[in-house]
Design a protein around this ligand. Structure first.
Ligand SMILES: Nc1ncnc2c1ncn2[C@@H]1O[C@H](COP(=O)(O)OP(=O)(O)OP(=O)(O)O)[C@@H](O)[C@H]1O
Ligand SMILES: [Mg+2]
Length: 344
C-alpha cells in the first residue's frame, strides 16, 4: 500500500474508535477521556501528513523552475544518477539567473559548465577560468576577458553567441550560448567524414574567418577542437580566448598539439593566413582523422588523393597547408571560392 493509502486507513480507524468511545461514554462517562486521546492522535497524524505533502510540492516546484522547456542534453547516460556526476559546481544559482547543471569539459584554460537560464528556460554554457594550470590563473582570466570582449562584437550564425559576463565569489563567469553536439576533433577521431560534408563545413568556417578578418580579428587557434558540430549538421566556431585584434606577434604563443601553425611556433607572429593554415589543417583532419602535424615529409595532395579525396579539394588543402604563408591563399574568401568551386 502507498504511504497515502495507509495514512487514510489509519485516520479512518481512529475516527471509528472515537465514535465507539463516544457511544460507550453514554454508559460510562470515563470513556470520554479515551475518545479525546484518540481524537488528538488523529489530529497529529493529519497535521504531519499535511506538512509532508507541502514539502513535496515545494521540492517539485524548485525542480520545475530549473528544468528547461527544451529537451535535456544527452550528456548523462541512462545509468547515471545526478549524484554520480562530477558537478563543479552543482545546482548553484549564479547571478540570480543561471542554475548550474553539470560540468561539460575541462579545457586548457577554462572549465565549461552547462547551466539553465531560468529567465528564458534555455540551456547556456558558463566558462570559468582554471586555477590549477602550470602557467597560473592570471593568463586564463585574461583570455576569458578577451573572449568576452571579442564575442560581444561579433554576430554570426556560425560563431558561438555571447550572453553575459559577471563575477561570482571573485571568479569571472562568461555565459555563452550552449551549442548542442560535440567538437569536430572528438567526432572524427576514429573515422573520417565524407567529402561533401567537409566541403559544406569548410564553406561555413571560411565564412566565419572572412567575417572576423574583415573586422581585423584573427582567431589564432583554428582547429577541430574549437569547432562544434550541431545536430542540424552546421558547425559553430568557439574559443576566442587567444584571438587578436591585429596581425603581429601575440603576448602568448598558441600551439595546439598536431595543429601548430609554423609562423606562430617560430616567432609568435600571426595574421589572416595563419587562420587559413588552421582551416586547411582542420579539413585535412576531417578527411583523414589525422592531424596535419602527422604529415611529416609526405605530400599533402598525394596523401589526400590516395584517400579518395577529389583533386580540387586535395589541391586546395595542400595550398592552405603551405609552410610559407606567402604561398597559401591570401584571404578566406579566396580559399572558400577555391574549395567550394565558386566564381570570384
Ligand atoms: N558554448 C559551448 N557549448 C557547448 N560546448 C562547449 C561550448 N564551449 C566549449 N564547449 C566544450 O568545451 C570544450 C573546451 O572549450 P574551449 O575550447 O572553449 O575551452 P578552452 O579552455 O579555451 O580550450 P582549450 O583546451 O582549447 O584551451 C570544447 O571543445 C567543447 O567540447
Ligand atoms: Mg579550445
Amino acid at each position: 500500500m502507498s504511504d497515502d493509502g495507509s495514512k487514510t486507513a489509519g485516520l479512518f480507524l481512529i475516527f471509528v474508535v472515537s465514535i465507539l468511545f463516544l457511544i460507550l461514554s453514554l454508559v460510562n462517562y470515563q470513556f470520554i477521556v479515551l475518545m479525546v486521546i484518540s481524537l488528538i492522535i488523529g489530529l497529529v497524524l493529519l497535521l504531519s501528513s499535511g506538512e509532508k505533502a507541502q514539502r513535496e510540492t515545494s521540492e517539485s516546484t524548485t525542480w520545475r523552475t530549473v528544468s528547461p522547456s527544451a529537451s535535456r542534453p544527452n550528456h548523462r547516460s541512462a545509468s547515471n544518477t545526478k549524484s554520480s556526476f562530477n558537478y563543479e559546481p552543482s545546482d548553484i544559482l549564479l547571478n540570480g539567473r543561471y542554475q548550474t547543471e553539470n560540468r561539460l569539459k575541462k579545457g586548457g584554460m577554462a572549465i565549461i559548465t552547462l547551466a539553465t537560464d531560468i529567465e528564458t528556460g534555455s540551456f547556456c554554457v558558463i566558462k570559468t577560468p582554471r586555477y590549477d594550470t602550470a602557467h597560473g590563473a592570471d593568463i586564463n582570466v585574461e583570455k576569458l576577458t578577451l573572449e568576452a570582449a571579442f564575442l560581444r562584437q561579433i554576430d554570426h550564425p556560425n560563431i558561438v553567441k555571447y550572453l553575459d559576463l559577471f563575477m561570482h565569489d571573485n571568479v569571472l563567469h562568461l555565459v555563452e550560448e550552449y551549442v548542442e553536439g560535440d567538437n569536430l576533433f572528438d567526432v572524427f577521431r576514429i573515422k573520417p567524414a565524407e567529402e561533401s560534408r567537409v566541403l559544406k563545413w569548410g564553406g561555413q568556417l571560411l565564412d566565419v574567418l572572412e567575417h572576423m578578418h574583415r573586422r581585423g580579428l584573427i582567431h589564432r587557434d583554428v582547429n577541430p577542437g574549437n569547432i562544434m558540430l550541431k545536430p542540424n549538421d552546421d558547425v559553430v566556431v568557439i574559443d576566442f580566448g587567444t584571438a587578436k585584434t591585429s596581425a603581429g606577434e601575440g603576448s602568448t604563443v598558441v600551439k595546439t598539439p598536431g595543429f601548430e601553425v609554423p609562423e606562430q611556433v617560430a616567432t609568435g607572429y600571426a595574421d589572416e593566413r595563419s587562420d587559413l593554415f588552421g582551416a586547411g589543417g582542420t579539413l585535412f583532419y576531417l578527411l583523414t582523422s589525422e592531424p596535419p602535424g602527422a604529415i611529416g615529409n609526405r605530400n599533402v595532395a598525394q596523401l589526400l588523393l590516395s584517400e579518395g579525396v577529389s583533386n580540387r579539394t586535395a589541391r586546395c588543402i595542400a595550398q592552405a597547408l603551405q609552410m610559407d604563408a606567402g604561398l597559401r591563399f591570401q584571404s578566406a574568401a579566396a580559399m572558400r571560392r577555391a574549395l567550394c568551386g565558386e566564381r570570384a
